[in-house]
Design a protein around this ligand. Structure first.
Ligand code: TXA
Ligand code: MG
Length: 322
């Protein structure tokens, strides 16, 4: 059921059910972060491997000490600067955080979301919410209640409808090695903005697909079913490509004088925030057009352009055949 009624979401969560919740980044698949029964359901519905830990959503920065300890000074500065907001901190966990949340690690990922409905929801609950993005593992993240419904249909009792997500990209994830901050996942807050607050941040080297520190870094992720490629120069590429039913995703301009089946421009004004907000909705749309190929243009290599390129690169990873 898609609803705006917080009461029904609260009741369902108190019964250890899984509820889809709106956040400013993407929709989440939420359950009681302290109850294994609810946590198991999240993994089951999402078909998510258990090695991939969940983000815990708390109602305010003051609640951070309920879930984490030994918090580095720079983490406190980031929380002060960006919460409520699209920043997730990976910190040493309190011992009572279930292993299902953290995939057995001694760290927990935590953030205060900034969506009004979800903050009200958290305020009405006696527990924080563990929530991955509300999409089946490996597919495009949802930025509307309808996206969530199209994935899970009636398997979810409650989809709390908070409208289209304001940011449209997942939260940026920062972890620490000692006191040194490390970027685990690019997301809705540009690295430049983070470095303005805490100085230089190291970039985590994405290694194997097996048990990465932040599996948002799994190479094939956020992927449409339609084959997708990412190119530097759209016009040049289109001149040589033989495919007939092509969809084009570009930043600012349409491609002229070349026949393609469908074109999507993410921000005619060249605004990276707007492009980020539209990205997943556009990928969802393109993926439902029965195209042979989606060709995406690389974004400017600064600010949220780097986050968008990162998501597009993963969408374009070749499918591993088995
Ligand atoms: O914007 C978001 O972050 C959304 C909304 C719903 O809050 N959530 C989200 O969750 O994107 P999910 O599960 O799709 O991605 C969470 C990422 C994963 O890449 C996971 O590996 C990483 O966070 N993560 C969680 N706990 C971690 C930990 N202890 N150490 C390192 N990475 C962690
Ligand atoms: Mg996800």
């Amino acid at each position: 059921m898609i609803t705006e009624d917080i009461g029904s979401a609260i009741r369902a969560l108190e019964e250890n059910k899984v509820v889809a919740i709106p956040t400013e980044t993407v929709y989440g698949l939420a359950g009681n972060a302290y109850e294994d029964k609810a946590l198991r359901k999240i993994f089951e519905i999402k078909k998510r491997p258990h090695y991939n830990p969940l983000i815990v959503h708390i109602k305010a920065a003051e609640a951070l000490c309920d879930v984490a300890e030994d918090i580095p000074k720079k983490a406190v500065q980031l929380a002060e600067a960006f919460w409520p907001g699209a920043l997730t901190l990976v910190l040493k966990k309190k011992s009572h955080i279930p292993n299902l949340v953290t995939a057995g690690k001694n760290t927990v990922a935590v953030r205060v979301p900034s969506h009004k409905l979800t903050l009200q929801l958290l305020d009405g609950l006696a527990f924080p919410l563990a929530a991955p993005s509300a999409n089946p593992f490996g597919s495009i993240s949802p930025t509307s209640a309808e996206h969530v419904f199209s994935y899970f249909k009636h398997h979810l009792d409650v989809i709390l409808d908070g409208g289209a997500c304001e940011k449209g990209l997942e939260s940026t994830i920062i972890g620490f090695e000692g006191q040194t901050p490390i970027l685990y996942r690019r997301g809705a807050i540009a690295l430049e903005a983070i470095e303005k607050v805490i100085g230089k941040v190291a970039i985590h080297k994405n290694s194997a697909d097996k048990s990465p520190e932040a599996p948002g870094m799994l190479s094939r992720h956020y992927a449409p079913n339609t084959r997708t490629i990412l190119v530097e120069n759209l016009t040049q590429f289109l001149k040589t490509t033989p495919n007939e039913r092509i969809g084009v995703l570009s930043f600012q301009n349409k491609v002229e004088n070349i026949s393609v089946a469908h074109q999507e421009v993410l921000s005619p004004d060249g605004n990276l925030e707007e492009a980020a907000r539209n990205l997943y909705a556009v990928l969802h749309r393109l993926d439902h057009l029965n195209l042979e190929l989606i060709i995406a243009q690389k974004f400017p290599k600064k600010g949220l352009g780097l986050s968008i390129n990162d998501k597009l690169r993963r969408a374009a990873e070749k499918r591993i055949k088995n």
